[in-house]
Design a protein around this ligand. Sequence first.
Ligand code: ADP
Length: 399
Amino acid sequence: MSPQMQIEMPSPEQAPPVLILNVDDYEPGRYVRTRLLLEAGYDVVEAGTGGEALRLAALRSPALVLLDIHLPDISGLEVCRQIKSNANLTDVVVLHLSASATSGPQQVLGLDSGADSYLVEPVDADVLLATVRSLLRVRKAESDLRRANSSLLVSNQELARVNSALRASNEDLQRFSYLASHDLQEPLRTIICFSELLTKRYGEQLDSEADAFLGSLREAARRMSMLIRDLLTYAESGQDIDTRSPSENCDLNDVLNWAKENLKLSIDEAGVSFVHGQLPTVLVNPIPCTQLFQNLISNAIKYREPSRPLEIRIEAMPQGDGNCLISFADNGIGIAPDYHEQIFVPFKRLHGHEVPGTGIGLALCRRIIERNGGRIWVESQGLGRGSKFCLTLPVQTLT
Ligand code: ADP
């Protein structure tokens, strides 16, 4: 057998041939078209009347109906209308064919009855096949799109469901940490108060060891109280931003002055020199923003390099995307690259009790920035080489 004569056997997983309903009362014409379609690889069923066409369409759901306009019982236009109004056959493509109804208005009528295309006979065999292929391609693309849309709809609904479950559990968690922090403060206050009372009233009867024990007890209670206070601030910052902290046009020069004022004592004590130009006006809530500036400045003070005077350089650079990049660079002890991400995790500290702190400060900064749609990160060349905290804030102003 020559290679050209080999017959290709359909593989079992091949899709079944596309079914076409060929409707024409003129038998020779119908026969020629059926042969043409079969040779092109389609499956074909035939009908010689409108009634038979409707029956077969409902029974076999063809992909395409090749529909003659002039049929002995029902007009092809009516057959088309009935197919198109059948909810089970919405995907069926109708291609009208006519040798007599060839005028413009007649073709318009055919297309208005719902047909997808209209060919005037005699039709060249290649043109007929190309038209069939093109119509089927369009229909396939439409149904693929519909399928993709409906699976997108399902995914969206699932996303909305997961989102609202997440929001609910987040709110529960916020409520829990808020209440826990609140309720824990009270017994701590009692511990601190009574240990102070003990020292005051019975201090003279206690030996130095007992006095030291009491001192440690007080110190631990104070640290825990600080931790709980910061936890409370962090929990509060997670509450609904729309009701707690609406954004407004906020002059960052004012914010910086407020933060400096609040930290005046430690700034003077450390002899900090600030280097900065004019800062922009951004769209944030000034209260958390002041807290953010305060945290960054007080960290620069806490983690300064004792061998050199501390300098904090604040710069602002518009980003061209509606945001402004603001950086706080210090010449302090720096941060090893391995910790650049971890320091923003709540309670993550790189220091022991020798430096006061709870590890909440930067987590709070991140939350404040992210709630304003921005980002915060740190850049540092490593230990001893200073740190630069960068953040983005929206600059567009409210009118
Ligand atoms: P805290 O200061 O209470 O420990 P933060 O969340 O503010 O908590 O900071 C987390 C850690 O990041 C700190 O323990 C410190 O090691 C490091 N860090 C923060 N700011 C600086 C800075 N400016 N220079 C060097 N290290 C810093």
